[in-house]
Design a binder for this molecule. Sequence first.
Ligand code: IYT
Ligand code: CU
Ligand code: CU
Length: 359
Amino acid sequence: MARKIGISMPCCYILLVNLISVYSLVDQGMYRRNSYESATGSTGSFPFLMPLVSPKTPDLYLCTPIKVDPTTTYYIVGFNPNATMNTAHHMLLYGCGEPGTTKSTWNCGEMAQATAEEKASPCGPRSHSQILYAWARDAQKVSLPAGVGFKVGKDSPTKYLVLQVHYAHVDRFKDGSTDDSGVFLDYTEKPLQKLAGTLLLGTDGIIPAMKTEHMESACEITENKVLFPFAYRVHTHEMGKVVAGYRVRSNSEGIQEWVQLGKRDPLTPQMFYNVTNTEPILSGDQLAMRCTIKNTRHRITKIGPTNEDEMCNFYLMYYVDHGETLDMKYCFSQGPPNYYWSNPDTGLHNIPHIEASTL
Ligand code: IYT
Ligand code: CU
Ligand code: CU
C-alpha cells in the first residue's frame, strides 16, 4: 500500500534515542522496523504500521505494539491514516501502560476475553488504557486543536501504543500479499500546556427480548479542572439506534440545562467527530449519556464483549489548559433494569425527551 507522506531523514540525536527504545523492545521479544524519525529533532511523523501482515481469517482483529521511548515525553498532535476501506474495516489506536502481549502482533478482537488463550486485549490486564484515535471508511487525517497533544512516554502513564486493525475480508491476502495499514503519528517533543484526555461513559445491563431499552449513565465532575471538549465517539454493537452525550448544569434558577455534546447513529462509522458544543465543562457539572438499543431478538441481550452481546459507550475527548487531565477516566452505570437517569438518587431533572422515532 502506498504511503501518503514521505519520511524525512532521521537526525542523529533522535536515532540514538530510537536505539534505546528499539533495544528495549527487542529485550521483550518484540521486533519493530519502525523508529522515531524527525528532521528537526523535536517534531516528526512516526509511521506506526502493521508489520507486513497477511491475515487469513475473516473478521480478524490484529494488534501490534510500540514501546514509547521512556526517557522522553512526546506529545501526539495529529493522526494521518495509512489505510483504505478495501483492506481495513476499522483501526483503533490505544494508549496503554502495558501491551496485551509481548508479541509483535496478536489477535485482539472484542471476543478476546471470551475465548481461547491465543487472544488478548489491546492493553494488558489492569493496565492503563485509553483510545486516542479511531479510523473507519477512508476517514481523512485529523489534527488535534492547535497547541493540544496527547502526552505519552516518560512523564505519562501511556508507555505503549497499540494499533488495532480489523480485517473484515481477507480474500486479497490469499496469494500471500501483505498489509501495512496503520497511522502516521504527528508528534512534538516541545512541551505543550494543553493536554488531551478521553473520558469513557458507558453502562452495564440487560435488554429484555423484543424491547427498546434506554441505557444511561451520568457522573459529576468533582475535580477542580476546566475541560474543553472537542471530539466524541460512540460505540454499540448491531442493535444500537442512537447514542447521545450531554453536559448538565444547573442555572441560576436551579433548573438543570442539558447541553448536547454529540449525538449519532452508532451504525455510522465509529470515529471521533467534532462535539456539537465546545463550551467548557466545569467542576460541579454532570456528564450524561444515553444509548437507545432495540432488541429485535427473542431472547435477552446483555452488555458483553461479543456480537451476541451489546455495548453502550460515549467517549469524550477534551483538553485541559495547564495541569493534568482528569483522574476520572470512566463513568459507568449498572444500566437497565437498575439504573436510569430518572432514578430519584441521581439528582437529574429536566431530562431530555425520547424522540418518537427511536421508541
Ligand atoms: C464493556 C464495554 O463497554 N467495553 C467497551 C468500553 C471499554 C473500552 C476500553 C472498556 C474498557 C476499556 O479499557 I479502551 I475496561 C469496549 O470494549 N469498547 C470497544 C473497544 O473494544 C474498546 C470500542 O470500540 O469502543
Ligand atoms: Cu471494524
Ligand atoms: Cu463493543
